[in-house]
Write a protein that binds this ligand. Structure first.
Ligand SMILES: CC(C)(COP(=O)(O)OP(=O)(O)OC[C@H]1O[C@@H](n2cnc3c(N)ncnc32)[C@H](O)[C@@H]1OP(=O)(O)O)[C@@H](O)C(=O)NCCC(=O)NCCS
Length: 197
């Protein structure tokens, strides 16, 4: 129990999250769509290399406010920094423009496969959860990975997220329910994971 506590504390100290800026947006795009895990991810989202979203498409979804901090009530993107060597190793962000008060959706991706499986994802997620809870009063967090993305599902469960039935009315603002009832991966192809603090 004691050793488990020490391990948990070390995992938590492993990374810090730092506000991303416009200078980081292209990098965020490249690490998502041009990394060594991207072919796997884009297939899950129904894209091929030929139909991949362009950087301009990306900026239409990863809006300015994620990178300039102008609408914290709607969301913000952060860089994940490995504390051991101060290296930027990934991105994490929350979105709340479409969710009910106190609820936020989270997503994350690392630079490449070599950084995965080391606890960086759960560490960054829990940093963000703690920050949003303390500073903005968010209490319910959800993530919707594709069922087939077992690495992501395992990681989010390790961060304390629990598989939960999606009742859209509980999580989404009424005007967004129809759009988000189904995930980006298609009907029944995602797992709805929730953490409350
Ligand atoms: C999802 C992601 C952020 C998780 O962060 P992470 O730091 O890799 O998380 P973890 O260190 O907890 O490792 C993931 C878990 O999956 C396991 N795993 C690793 N490779 C795996 C594979 N090919 N298949 C299944 N599970 C795998 C790991 O063993 C680990 O579990 P364990 O520690 O119990 O062994 C990161 O893996 C990532 O960036 N993946 C690519 C992008 C992505 O899929 N983003 C999520 C979109 S919803």
């Amino acid at each position: 129990m004691f050793f488990y506590f020490i391990f948990e504390k070390n995992i938590f100290k492993m990374v810090q999250i730092v506000e991303a800026t416009f200078d980081d947006r292209k990098k965020a795009y490249n690490w998502l769509f041009n990394s060594d895990f991207s072919d796997f991810l884009i297939k899950l989202e129904g894209y091929t290399r030929d139909t991949l979203p362009s950087y301009e498409d990306f900026t239409g979804e990863y809006w300015d406010f994620f990178f300039d901090g102008s609408q914290p009530e709607n969301g913000r993107c952060y860089k994940i920094i490995d504390n051991q060597n101060n290296e930027e190793v990934g991105f994490i962000y929350y979105m709340s423009f479409h969710t009910k008060e106190g609820v936020a959706e989270i997503d994350a991706w690392l630079k490449s496969l070599e950084y995965t499986g080391k606890g960086i994802g759960p560490s960054a997620i829990n940093k963000l959860v703690e920050k949003l809870n303390k500073e903005m009063g968010f209490h319910t967090f959800f993530i919707r990975p594709a069922k087939e993305n077992t690495r992501a599902v395992n990681s989010y469960k390790k961060a304390g997220f629990k598989e939960t039935e999606l009742i859209p009315e509980k999580y989404y603002k009424p005007e967004f329910i129809e759009e988000y009832r189904k995930s980006g991966y298609g009907e029944g192809k995602d797992i709805f994971l929730v953490k409350t603090v």
